[in-house]
Design a protein around this ligand. Structure first.
Ligand SMILES: *Cc1c(COP(=O)(O)O)cnc(C)c1O
Length: 410
């Protein structure tokens, strides 16, 4: 196929105004924050409003804003307060911001395998990783698609282990009618530039548990007991606060969340219909009890059917200016240097020095689902500002690229 026959569309991008909903409401709120002269959340009203409204939206007792999604996970891990060397079960297909906090709190990330259809952990993959030292289970609702929480909640309850839900990619996703973030003990969200809604950087932590809420609040605030009769710094903690400038943007963004999510779901249904029946291409698998909110739209490409698989499709899609990400994070998180070399604090290798050998066994045969998932996925950028025409353009480009590869013409 020659360059001239390809019709190109500039797809909205979440990295600039074309694919973000930042408008008059955000400008007005930020302006009000600046004019108030109070930019710290300890005194201002916007971060408090963001917290109260997000808690109400999710129907959860407590919500706290913080500096990033990584900080949100950090708060969650700190709230369960692991002893050095305690284990936290998680996934190897995630953002490093979800893993680094585990080591900062001196715990050991223990990786569970995933279901290759969803790239999510399941009760079956978590169960064999549970040990005497398991302090928490982090489940990541990848791409906005909820984990199968029913069996996971049952497993965690019977083992007496709290669940932390990483909802950074899954605003307003639901499982069995409940919003993600409210199915476990703690939920963590990200407001980073590329997420469903954004404050540039930012995070939210939710919990229904008063004691966990108290620890999260303190952890965000250098463990200073604001409002106590005789406050002190009760334990080791940094300043993880969100500023009022971000809080102001966040309040305005929350107003848009429902329509952002609704639009992403509707557009995904359109793409589902258009991609249906392409040989070697599997659509996103959504479990019967799940509502997927499509941070990204992720297909799987069978390299047995489509020569050159995800790499081939991604290469041909570039001719349409459609920039997909084959294999998402490229390699499992445990293949990164920080885990391979245990590069942490000086040359101490702490906290890995405290780990059971099995907890650090990253051999390939223990992660068949993880490797299968990463080999076969193609992450398609997704945006609530796409038009139906954009979706048809993406579908046609995929259909043509797959046909070209199958015909051996690329
Ligand atoms: C984005 C993301 C994070 C980290 O959020 P930041 O705001 O970038 O720190 C954590 N977990 C997952 C699954 C993410 O996608």
């Amino acid at each position: 196929m020659t360059e001239t026959t390809i019709r190109k569309i500039h797809l909205p991008s979440d990295q600039d105004a074309s694919g973000r909903n930042l408008g008059q409401a955000e400008i007005a709120a930020v302006s009000e924050a600046i004019q108030s002269g109070t930019l710290t959340s300890t005194k201002g009203r916007f971060v408090k409003a963001l917290e109260q409204r997000f808690a109400a939206m999710l129907g959860v007792k407590h919500a706290f804003a913080c500096a990033s999604g990584s900080a949100a996970v950090h708060c969650a891990v700190a709230a369960v307060d692991p002893e050095p060397g305690d284990e936290i079960i998680t996934t190897a297909i995630t953002d490093m911001g979800a893993l680094a906090p585990i080591m900062y709190q001196t715990a050991i990330p223990v990786f569970a395998d995933v279901d290759p259809r969803t790239c999510n952990v399941t009760a079956e993959t978590i169960a064999p990783r549970i040990s005497q030292r398991t302090k928490a289970i982090i489940v990541t609702h990848l791409f906005g698609n909820p984990c199968e929480m029913g069996p996971i909640v049952e497993l965690a309850r019977s083992a007496g282990i709290p669940i932390i839900e990483d909802c950074a990619q899954a605003f307003m996703a639901r499982y069995d009618g409940h919003p993600v973030g409210t199915l476990g003990a703690i939920g963590a969200f990200s407001l980073q530039q590329g997420k469903h809604i954004t404050t540039g950087e930012g995070g939210l932590v939710v919990t229904g548990d008063d004691a966990l809420a108290r620890r999260i609040f303190l952890f965000i605030n250098k463990a200073w007991g604001y409002g106590d009769p005789q406050p002190d710094h009760y334990f080791l903690a940094l300043n993880e606060r969100m500023s009022e400038l971000c809080g102001a943007v966040g309040v305005a963004q929350l107003d848009r969340l429902e329509s952002v999510v609704g639009r992403r779901i509707a557009l995904a249904a359109e793409l589902d219909a258009l991609l249906c029946g392409i040989p070697g291409v599997a659509l996103p698998y959504v479990a019967p009890k799940s509502v997927h909110t499509y941070w990204k739209y992720c297909i799987r490409v069978d390299a047995q059917v489509v020569p050159d698989g995800v790499s081939g499709v991604a290469r041909l899609l570039r001719d349409y200016d459609i920039f997909t990400v084959p294999r998402y994070i490229q390699k499992p998180a445990f293949a990164c240097e920080v885990f391979q070399q245990h590069r942490t604090f000086g040359n101490s290798h702490f906290p890995f020095t405290l780990a059971r050998p099995e907890a650090l066994d990253y051999s390939r045969e223990r992660f068949p689902g993880t490797f299968e998932a990463l080999d076969g996925i193609l992450v398609i950028p997704w945006n609530d500002r796409f038009t139906s025409d954009d979706v048809r353009f993406i579908a046609e480009a995929i259909r043509t690229s797959v046909a070209t590869l199958r015909a051996g013409k690329s």
